[in-house]
Design a protein around this ligand. Structure first.
Ligand SMILES: CC(=O)SCCNC(=O)CCNC(=O)[C@H](O)C(C)(C)COP(=O)(O)OP(=O)(O)OC[C@H]1O[C@@H](n2cnc3c(N)ncnc32)[C@H](O)[C@@H]1OP(=O)(O)O
Ligand SMILES: CC(C)C(=O)C(=O)O
Ligand SMILES: [Mg+2]
Length: 498
């Protein structure tokens, strides 16, 4: 039996504090509904006193969402609390999240106050919030840098005042994981009444330890984790929901689990990233583009033999259809063979070796090899038996000069060479070929396409050549579009020269 960890999502509040990530009410409702489907327990919907737009969003999210608790943030200020209570009027389950800074720098510089006065303000805020709603969460801002003895006094006082949840934020992302676990443990052992309430973690990622600190806090006794989708949030961000959920799912021996339907994780991640115009870094754990992509030969071979060689999570468990085997110059034959098999092409060992050599030459020129490239490489193998082959091609071309091509053809093992000029490099190359193949051939259609994008891409050439009253189709693909054009012409000629 696992202990339940409550997931409090603050994507729409702390996440939305990120510059450029502000959402309108309609977008926030869309995210809130996705969070509901994901299975979060609490949605922090906004900071209602901050603007009429944020107030309205909390109102509309309260109407739109059914079962998660809707939470509104406030300072320890009566007006903030009154406005938050009003914004939550339609929520089926409502919570006010109020609090104040408790660390020495906050008390001294932010509030020009002292420790006793801060406790009084904290207690007053909780009591005032309690006059509107039953469920009141208190945050001790910068608890990470607050000394444990004083923090315990604050926590005990707010529990006595009626707080149902007490949030221990590492606001500045300062704590070490063991320090944060010890802090929570200290509170669990020294605060009267603490077992009546839920203790929450709210960790920031300034030292890249938000997830580690959250896990440690939970191991110290916290049972609510405050998180955001993709880890977005102030500065370096908050703890990311997907990391915490999957860390506990992957380590069942820790005896902690959440209500999250993990198969929805990647969908929600993409939605939040696109609505907030906040790209997810490719190597981001769980939801990054490369999280389940294998690109080096040894890893690819291992994964193809057994996924678990290099994967601790089944991608399907987090809503990714399948892992990907990315073909690059670091890939081996196993990966190329697998991709060809997926595309329905089976090659003999010899043919695969040849295709692999061509693959490496191409991969050194192009960063990533896609399916079209792979099919083209397989096609080249089939072309090896053709009667007419391109031996070499040299073209000089430019602005203000005539294009000249010299070409070498291999016709059934015999070598032929020719040189010609033209009104462009392709015309020059085709005219040179015509000087070797003395037939009346006419290029009727000529289409060049880039397969993907980028100046390093492969160009595909489709060509229709008319000869003796019939049309013959030629095709080639090459990173050099002049070579691809000459090859497509030769491909078409091969269909009528026997
Ligand atoms: C750690 C966090 O993420 S906390 C949440 C951060 N999010 C936000 O700040 C977004 C929403 N904020 C806002 O819209 C505005 O800052 C408002 C509406 C809250 C306040 O605006 P203003 O009245 O113009 O104050 P301003 O933002 O300049 O300064 C904050 C004031 O709140 C006080 N304050 C800050 N935190 C608290 C708190 N928890 N409890 C009580 N007072 C607080 C500050 O001391 C300062 O008071 P002062 O003006 O008397 O010095
Ligand atoms: C408002 C509080 C919980 C916060 O965001 C923080 O301390 O980081
Ligand atoms: Mg925060």
């Amino acid at each position: 039996m696992s202990d339940r960890l409550f997931i409090f999502d603050t994507t729409l509040r702390d996440g939305e504090q990120v510059p450029g990530c502000q959402l309108n009410t309609v977008e926030k409702i869309e995210v809130a509904k996705a969070l509901e489907e994901l299975g979060v327990d609490v949605i922090e919907a906004g900071f209602p006193v901050s603007s009429p737009g944020d107030f309205n969003s909390v109102v509309e999210i309260s109407k739109a969402v059914t079962w998660p608790t809707i939470c509104a943030l406030t300072r320890a200020v009566e007006n903030d609390i009154r406005v938050a209570a009003e914004s939550l009027q339609y929520a089926k389950h409502k919570r006010i999240h109020t609090g104040i800074g408790t660390s020495d720098p906050h008390i001294k510089y932010k509030f020009n106050s002292n420790r006793e006065e801060i406790i009084e303000r904290a207690v007053a805020a909780v009591k005032y919030a309690k006059s509107f709603v039953e469920d009141v969460q208190f945050y001790a801002e910068d608890a990470g840098r607050t000394d444990n003895e004083y923090l315990a006094r604050v926590v005990e006082a707010v529990i006595k005042a009626g707080a149902t949840v007490v949030n221990i934020p590492d606001t500045t992302g300062y704590c070490m994981p063991w320090e944060f676990r010890d802090k929570i443990k200290y509170l669990m052992e020294h605060v009267d009444g603490i077992h009546r309430v839920t203790i929450a973690t709210h960790c920031h990622n300034d030292l890249g330890m938000a997830t580690a600190n959250t896990i440690s806090g939970v191991m110290g006794g916290a049972r609510q984790a405050e998180v955001t989708i993709n880890g977005i949030g102030e500065r370096a961000g908050n703890t990311s929901l997907e990391e915490v959920v999957m860390a506990f799912r992957s380590h069942k021996e820790l005896g902690i689990d959440t209500n999250i339907n993990a198969t929805k994780i990647c969908g929600v991640s993409r939605m939040v990233s696109s609505l907030m115009n906040m790209p997810v870094q490719p190597n981001k754990a769980i939801v990054g583009r490369n999280a389940f992509a294998h690109s080096s030969g040894i890893h690819q071979d291992g994964v193809l033999k057994n996924r678990e060689s290099y994967e601790i999570i089944d991608p399907k468990d987090v809503g990714v259809d399948e892992n990907s085997i990315v073909l690059t110059a670091r890939s081996g034959r196993a990966a190329l063979k697998h991709r060809l098999h997926v595309l329905g092409v089976e090659l003999s060992k010899e043919a695969l070796d040849k295709a692999y050599e061509a693959f490496l030459r191409l991969a050194d020129r192009k960063k990533e090899i896609n399916d079209d490239d792979v099919l083209m490489l397989a096609g080249e193998h089939h072309k090896a038996n053709r009667r007419l082959k391109l031996d070499f091609l040299q073209v000089t071309s430019g602005v203000g000069v005539k294009s000249v091509a010299s070409i070498g053809l291999d016709i059934a093992g015999e070598k032929f060479e020719a040189c010609a000029s033209g009104n462009g490099p392709v015309d020059a190359a085709i005219t040179a070929i015509k000087q070797i193949i003395h037939r009346k051939m006419l290029v009727k259609e000529f289409l060049i396409q880039a397969i993907n994008k980028g100046s390093n891409d492969i160009g595909k050439v489709h060509m229709t050549v008319e000869y003796d009253g019939n049309s013959y189709y030629g095709f080639s693909a090459n990173t050099d579009i002049i070579a691809a054009s000459a090859e497509a012409f030769i491909d078409a000629i091969n269909k009528f020269v026997h």
